[in-house]
Ligand binder design. Structure first.
Ligand code: SF4
Length: 318
């Protein structure tokens, strides 16, 4: 670990992003971590809530749809998102306050602005506090991840009644190495699914994102669903690649480098928008759902929320 000394800029206009000027900065491996206090812990997402201990993600998925959020912090959506990680060091304390004051009992998703079990979590250990706070509040919550580090907290997740959603979009390791270069191999994520299930944590898979023309052949879809089912997942939900601003530029640069012949076909599929042609999306989703049904995987994941709040907490203890 290396400590950064504060930069003194007497009389010089400081043009760095505000977060860079105010955060404590530490370097872990190749990552720069910006330690900040969380202004809010719970964020509204539709009818539910999300909690993100980290912004930015060292898994560096080229398709990551939340890259744009880094711009609001004054950083870029590409390499900055992958290597400049904002760490909300007091997230558990802030979460407890908000669960008691502004939470309405709605379901909670953990790990939206960046993977909550990415490399930095090995240093900061924020998730045990987050899981405990949600469990004690009786929240219905799911933790999203691509990381094997989640196994560290399997016992706490089981005690808190959490579900886990492991993202496994495809099992082709050649594709994974370039498009999700910082994430563990699909095989290791399948082992996470199996182990969590064996330790009493309900675990499903988000087959997300299916990459059009790259990982969407019938054989590729069938191989992925088959291995997810063999790993013991309870449910599986597919999602087709979305390309909002931020993700679009970064993903298309990858596509141009690794599959230059597909760039024109993507223009036909996405036009100037963020989502693929609806007919294409429907076809892929129906195909995956059909495969999932054949293996007995639930098409609903995470599981529907049970009673939330203190009553739910008591039920979870029974
Ligand atoms: S693991 Fe999730 S949050 Fe992290 S880069 Fe990949 S898609 Fe984005």
């Amino acid at each position: 670990m290396r400590w950064e000394a504060p930069v003194l800029l007497d009389g010089v206009a400081d043009t760095r992003p505000r977060i860079e000027r105010t955060a404590v900065t530490r370097v872990h491996g190749g990552l720069t971590c910006y330690e900040v206090r969380a202004r809010t812990a719970l964020e509204r997402v539709g009818a539910g809530w999300s909690v993100s201990p980290y912004r930015g993600c060292a898994h560096a998925c080229r398709h990551c749809a939340v890259r744009r959020g880094h711009r609001r912090l004054g950083f870029g959506c590409g390499g900055d998102f992958d290597s400049r990680i904002v760490v909300r060091t007091d997230i558990a304390r802030r979460l407890r306050v908000e669960l008691a004051s502004r939470w309405d009992g709605g379901p909670v998703v953990v790990g939206v602005g960046g993977d909550c079990y990415q490399e930095a979590e090995g240093v900061y250990r924020l998730m045990p506090g987050v899981v405990a706070a949600l469990g004690e509040a009786g929240a219905s919550f799911t933790v999203r991840t691509r990381s094997t580090l989640i196994l560290r907290d399997a016992g706490a997740l089981a005690d808190a009644g959490a579900s886990v959603t492991v993202a496994i979009a495809f099992v082709d390791e050649r594709v994974r190495r370039t498009v999700e270069p910082g994430a563990p191999a699909a095989q290791r994520r399948l082992e996470v699914v199996a182990e969590l299930g064996g330790r009493g944590v309900a675990c499903g898979v988000a087959m997300a994102p299916v990459l059009p023309l790259v990982t969407d052949s019938p054989d590729q879809l069938a191989a992925t669903v088959r291995r997810v089912a063999r790993a013991g997942a309870v449910g599986l939900v597919p999602d087709v690649l979305r390309l909002p601003p931020g993700a679009r530029e970064w993903y298309m640069a990858w596509l141009g480098e690794h599959h230059p012949g597909l760039v024109g076909r993507y223009a036909g599929l996405y036009g100037a928008g963020s989502v693929a042609d609806p007919g294409y999306v429907r076809r892929v989703v129906e195909e995956v759902r059909g495969l999932a049904a054949r293996y007995g995987l639930s098409p609903v994941w995470p599981p529907p929320a049970g009673p939330a709040g203190p009553a739910g907490a008591q039920l979870a203890l029974l």
